[in-house]
Design a protein around this ligand. Sequence first.
Ligand code: GRG
Length: 298
Amino acid sequence: MTDATAFAHSLTRTAAAVNAMLDSLLPPVKEAEGRVVDAMRYAALDGGKRLRPFLVCASAELFNVPGVQALRAAAALEMIHCYSLVHDDLPAMDDDDLRRGRPTVHKAYDEATAILAGDGLLTMAFEVLADPATHPDGAIRAALVTELAKASGAAGMVGGQMIDLQAPKLSLDEAGLVRLQSLKTGALIACACRFGAVLAGASEQAKAHLWDYGQKIGLAFQIADDVLDVESSAQVTGKATGKDAVAGKATFVSRLGLEGAKTQARALVEQAIEHVEIFGVAADPLRAAAAFVIRRQA
Ligand code: GRG
């Protein structure tokens, strides 16, 4: 079996486990508010590569964290990711009709329900982390909540999205673009990579290496996204492509050219891998994930 095939199998296994966890955390509700729960289930189940949950689980395995703790933390972080996609697709933001190969939540339901479904997933993520089933130690649960709040709030993903919405009038240079993407996409990915170490109460040094690894693969992931936007199609990616050029958006491809962007992404993957050297062979799944972010087709 090639490394790529072995990684694909292990991503599929993690995806199945996190899907089952999300399903059990989001049971359907019969009363009138059940509509928002249905929309949350639509947004969070059935689809998505589950890369962030994979990173949480791979990081947790470095420290022998019990599987159920890793899966609950992974499901919480994936809820944040899914909420961000629902809100990003809204007419007020990217105005997209297609996500994960299906109508976006505001198309399948309506705009108000999509806003509420995003809000519901965002808040439930913290409910899951704060539950003693995620970790018996309250200090560890508080650390998980704090890390996820910082990575997804105004100092992380939400801040990056705000810069992105203003980007056309900011004329960002390469450093500005790196900052935007480090916040918008990188912070949540880096948080996923740290989560295993946080669950284990590992050293600050271990957490810092995992954060740096996550930031590098997060940027490489975003560059790959910019490349797919140019080179791929909606049939393959399950979402609209070619939007960046139409919007006249500054991307890594528009700044560095297609080949320059690909070279940069490969360099970032190598740098990422150096950051997990200290964990030895136990970090092989993280090495495989780093290679995957620039090989992926969707
Ligand atoms: C609305 C607060 C708020 C934030 C939105 C991350 C984000 C911020 C929006 C997503 C926009 C986007 C398509 C960015 C490109 C990189 C990215 C995050 C792609 C989607 O993530 P994948 O490829 O998606 O992991 P799946 O469907 O596999 O989970």
